[in-house]
Design a protein around this ligand. Structure first.
Ligand code: FE
Ligand code: FE
Ligand code: ZN
Length: 276
């Protein structure tokens, strides 16, 4: 099954997102759990959450991939700000309990000069605390481009966090733009990159993908998304990804610079390239 979707605005609620997704032939989607550039979260409407869950089951959607706020940095240097970020994470996981069984993806953070080891410890401590209440959500670390002091540009860094947390419900969301930017050549050797992921992290931890082309060449550590087929990855890379045996059944989310019609067209193109 090809679970394809895109990032949608949460402003009209969860049920509205399911309906919007259905209009563009999507069968999963992503949304921000709160203001992506701030930390404000709207109060949840339990009736809307329940109606959305009923609708995604009726329509046979794959798991949704919620996205944490960009400003939530679990490994920032200031202890007060770090504690605030950890609280935001805990609250996000609690909110995800209203949409049971879905995924929550976030950027591991930027260590801002503290070094990767300190960051891994800070991120995993926040995750251990937030996940201790066993909310019905699978938490995903996003693979990063390695811009500035970003943590998660190497598979080894994600593995270190996963080991320190020691839970089965912690996985990875692979962002195609980010991994290529980070120096994993999914254009010329997708198989080797996935084998490396399997060797280091374990392919069973790979739960979802972000499908983005890149405005920049290989290993440039810049993180600028491009529309599918218009960047340095190219359409054939995405054809290989959606058809790869190791990636079947995983929700794939477009975060390309598009409005709804652009997403609809990318979903149409990708579905036409799917062979199973
Ligand atoms: Fe992201
Ligand atoms: Fe992403
Ligand atoms: Zn990005």
């Amino acid at each position: 099954m090809l679970y394809l979707g895109c990032h949608l605005s949460a402003s009209a609620g969860n049920l509205a997102m399911v309906r919007t997704a259905a209009t563009i032939d999507a069968n999963t989607f992503a949304f921000f759990t709160r203001n992506p550039r701030g930390s404000r979260a709207k109060p949840q409407d339990p009736a809307d959450c329940a109606a959305a869950m009923e609708e995604i089951h009726r329509l046979g959607f794959g798991p949704l991939v919620a996205h944490g706020s960009y400003t939530m940095n679990l490994c920032t240097a200031d202890p007060g700000a770090r504690e605030f970020a950890a609280q935001v994470l805990a609250e996000d996981l609690q909110r995800m309990a209203a949409l049971p069984g879905q995924y929550y993806n976030f950027h591991p953070g930027s260590h801002v000069g503290q070094g990767v080891d300190a960051a891994v410890e800070q991120i995993s401590n926040a995750l251990k605390a937030a996940m201790a209440l066993d909310y019905p959500v699978t938490v995903l670390l996003e693979t990063m481009a390695g811009k500035g002091s970003e943590v998660g540009g190497r598979f080894e860094e994600l593995k270190a966090i996963i080991d320190a947390v020691g839970r089965e419900d912690l996985g990875v969301c692979l962002d195609t733009c980010h991994v290529y930017d980070a120096g994993y050549d999914i254009v010329n050797d997708l198989d080797s990159v996935l084998e490396e992921f399997d060797r280091i992290v374990g392919i069973h931890r790979l739960k979802a993908l972000h499908l983005n082309d890149s405005k920049n060449p290989f290993a440039s550590h810049k993180d600028r998304h491009e529309c599918i087929g218009a960047g340095s990855l190219g359409l054939s890379t995405f054809e290989a990804i959606i058809n790869h045996p190791a990636l079947q059944g995983k929700p794939m989310i477009l975060e390309t610079p598009n409005e709804l019609p652009g997403y609809a067209s990318e979903i149409r193109t990708l579905r036409s390239l799917y062979r199973q």
